[in-house]
Design a protein. Structure first.
Length: 556
C-alpha cells in the first residue's frame, strides 16, 4: 500500500521538571516516505525520549513534529492506526496463542466495513510477512525474544500503519537475528511503503538503513546515510565514532533556530477502528478465554466462595440456637418474671452481638472477595491496555467488559453466601432481599477496587490499596463500636460495609433478631432502599473513575 507520507521534525526540544532539565534540543530531520532510519547514540543520549515524543507520549517544549503534515496530537485523535508504536518490551496475554492474540487485534482494529473474507486474507498476509507460520499455535509465553518481537511488529502491521516507530526492537538479539530483523525492516520500508524509525543500541547492520540519526547528550550530532556518517569522521565503525564523542574531543555550537518551512498536509489512507459495541463483543470473548485458562485464579475464587460462608456457619453454630429460643413469657409470679427479665437481658445482649456480628462478618468477607475480584484486573494489563488504547480501543468497552466479569463473580459469591448462611444457620428474612444487598455490597467493593486498579501503576500497588480499603470497613462502619457523630457522618457515605450491614439487618426487621440488635446498638440502621441506592451510587462513581483513568492510559 504505497503512500507519499513523511515525518518532519524541526527545532525540537524536550524539557522536564518545569524546564529545569533539557533532554533534547536542536533536533531537525525529515524522513521521506518508504525510508528506514535508525536512531543511535550512547545510553542517556535521548533516543527513547525522541521516539516517545514522535509517538506523542511526551510533549515537546519547543518545535514541531509532523506526520504527513499533521501534528502528532491530530494523528493520535483522528488517525489512531496511522502510526504504529512499539516500546522496548511487547505486551500480550501470555496464555493466549500467537494466532488468538492476532485475531483479537484484527477484531479490535479493523472496521466493520471490512468483510470477514478480506480480514482473513489480510491476516494471512501479515502472518506470511512476519514469518509467524512455524509458531502460530504456540502460547505467547513460550516464544523466544526474536519471535516475540516479530509478533509485536505483526500486530502493529494489522492496522496497515503508514509509520512505524520502534524502540529497541532488535535489543538482545544475536548478530544473525539482528541482521535478519534489519533486512526485514528494510523490506517493509522499501517494498511495502512503510516509513520506519528504529531506536537501537545494536550497530551491527546499520548499512540496512537509508539514514542514521546520531544523538549525543540530547543533541543531534549527525543525520546521514551510514557510509557518509563514517566518512565524515574518517572512522571505519560506529564504535570508533562513539569513542570520539565519549572522549570529549567534539564540541557543539549553540543551538540555533532553523527557519520553519511550509509543510503540505497530505491525506492519510488509514482505517478507523470499529465502534465500541463491536470492540466490547471481542473483549468479552477474550475475557472469557483468559478467565477459564487461569486455573490458579479459578481455584482461588472457588476456595473463597466455599470457605468463607463455612466460616460464618462455624461462628454461628453455638449461638444461633440460643437466639431462636429467646422468649419472654408473662408470668403471674412477679419474682419469677423479674428473674426471667434479667436472664433475657443478659442473653439478648449476647444475641445482639452475635446477630450484628454475623451480619457484618458476611459483609466483610464479601468485601474481601470483591477486592480480590477487582484489585488487579486492570493494573495487571497496564502496558497491554495502553497499547490497545493508542490503537483506538474504546475505554468504555474495556471497562464495561471488566465490569461484566465482576458482576458475574459477585452474583455467584453473594448468592452462595446468602443461601448457605440461611440454609445452615437458619437466619430468617427473605433470601431474595438478602442476596440483593449482599450482591450490591460485593459489587460496590469490586467496582471501587477496579477504579483503584485503573489508577495504579502496578498490580501490587493496587492490591495493597485494596487491602487497606477493606481493613477500614469494619472500624469505620460503626457496627462493632459506635463512632462519634461527626466521624460517623463524614465516613458513612464512603463505607460500603456499613450499607451492606444495615441493609442485611433490615431484612430481619419483622423478627426478634432485629429487635434485640436495635435495642443493643447505638449505630443508626439505614432503611433497606437507601442502602441499595447508596451502594448503586458507589458502583456508578467507581465505574466513572475507572473509565477516566483507563482513558489516561492512552498516553502511557
Amino acid at each position: 500500500m504505497q503512500n507519499n507520507n513523511a515525518i518532519h521534525v524541526s527545532n525540537l526540544a524536550v524539557s522536564v521538571n518545569q524546564g529545569r532539565k533539557t533532554l533534547l534540543s536542536g533536533i531537525n530531520f525529515s524522513v521521506s516516505s518508504g525510508q528506514f532510519i535508525a536512531v543511535i547514540g550512547a545510553s542517556g543520549c535521548g533516543k527513547s525520549t525522541l521516539i516517545k515524543t514522535l509517538a506523542g507520549l511526551m510533549l515537546p517544549s519547543h518545535g514541531r513534529v509532523l506526520f504527513a503534515g499533521h501534528p502528532v496530537a491530530e494523528i493520535k485523535e483522528q488517525f489512531p492506526l496511522a502510526v504504529g508504536y512499539l516500546p522496548q518490551f511487547g505486551a500480550f496475554h501470555a496464555d493466549l496463542t500467537v494466532e488468538e492474540n492476532l485475531l483479537n487485534a484484527v477484531s479490535l482494529r479493523l472496521p466493520r466495513s471490512v468483510s470477514a473474507g478480506v480480514k482473513q486474507q489480510w491476516m494471512r498476509h501479515i502472518i506470511e510477512l512476519a514469518r509467524l507460520e512455524s509458531f502460530l499455535h504456540q502460547s505467547y509465553k513460550t516464544l523466544s525474544g526474536g519471535q516475540m518481537r516479530r509478533m509485536a511488529l505483526a500486530e502493529e502491521l494489522i492496522g496497515d500503519p503508514a509509520f512505524l516507530l520502534l524502540d529497541e526492537l532488535t535489543s538482545g538479539l544475536d548478530e544473525f537475528s539482528d541482521r535478519e530483523m534489519m533486512q526485514w525492516l528494510r523490506d517493509l520500508a522499501h517494498e511495502h511503503g512503510k516509513t520506519i524509525v528504529l531506536v537501537t543500541h545494536a550497530t551491527y547492520h546499520l548499512d540496512c538503513c537509508d539514514s542514521v540519526l546520531f544523538l549525543h547528550n540530547g543533541r543531534q550530532a549527525h543525520y546521514a546515510p551510514y557510509a557518509e556518517l563514517l566518512a565524515s569522521h574518517s572512522v571505519s565503525s560506529i564504535s570508533d565514532l562513539f569513542e570520539i564523542y565519549q572522549t570529549g574531543d567534539v564540541s557543539f555550537p549553540p543551538v540555533e533556530e532553523v527557519p520553519e518551512t511550509a509543510v503540505t498536509t497530505q491525506g492519510l489512507k488509514t482505517a478507523q477502528p470499529p465502534n465500541g459495541f463491536l470492540q466490547f463483543a471481542t473483549l468479552l470473548k477474550r475475557q472469557a478465554q483468559l478467565f477459564f485458562r487461569d486455573r490458579t485464579q479459578i481455584g482461588l475464587h472457588l476456595a473463597l466462595i466455599l470457605t468463607f460462608p463455612a466460616l460464618v456457619a462455624v461462628f454461628a453454630y453455638k449461638g444461633l440456637p440460643q437466639v431462636r429460643q429467646l422468649t419472654l413469657a408473662v408470668e403471674s409470679n412477679i419474682v419469677k418474671t423479674l428473674a426471667e427479665q434479667l436472664m433475657f437481658l443478659k442473653e439478648s445482649f449476647h444475641a445482639s452481638s452475635l446477630v450484628s456480628g454475623l451480619a457484618m462478618f458476611q459483609v466483610i468477607l464479601l468485601t474481601l472477595m470483591g477486592a480480590n475480584n477487582g484489585a488487579r484486573e486492570i493494573a495487571k494489563e497496564g502496558d497491554l491496555a495502553a497499547k490497545e488504547l493508542r490503537a483506538g480501543l474504546s475505554p468504555l468497552a474495556y471497562v464495561g467488559t471488566k465490569f461484566l466479569q465482576l458482576a458475574f463473580l459477585c452474583a455467584v459469591q453473594a448468592f452462595w453466601m446468602a443461601w448457605f448462611v440461611k440454609a445452615i444457620c437458619g437466619f430468617p428474612g427473605a433470601l431474595t432481599a438478602q442476596f440483593a444487598i449482599l450482591f450490591a455490597t460485593t459489587l460496590a467493593m469490586s467496582a471501587t477496587c477496579l477504579a483503584i486498579s485503573s489508577s495504579s501503576s502496578t498490580p501490587e500497588r493496587a492490591s495493597l490499596l485494596a487491602i487497606y480499603l477493606v481493613g477500614f470497613q469494619l472500624p469505620l462502619s460503626g457496627a462493632a463500636l459506635p463512632l462519634p457523630d461527626w466521624l460517623s457522618l463524614a465516613c458513612r457515605p464512603f463505607i460500603a460495609a456499613y450499607w451492606g450491614w444495615s441493609g442485611y439487618l433490615k431484612t430481619l426487621e419483622s423478627t426478634r433478631h432485629y429487635d434485640i440488635v436495635r435495642q443493643a446498638t447505638a449505630t443508626y440502621i439505614a432503611p433497606y432502599g437507601s442502602c441499595l441506592m447508596v451502594l448503586a451510587l458507589h458502583v456508578l462513581v467507581a465505574l466513572f473513575l475507572a473509565w477516566y483513568f483507563v482513558g489516561k492510559r492512552r498516553t502511557a
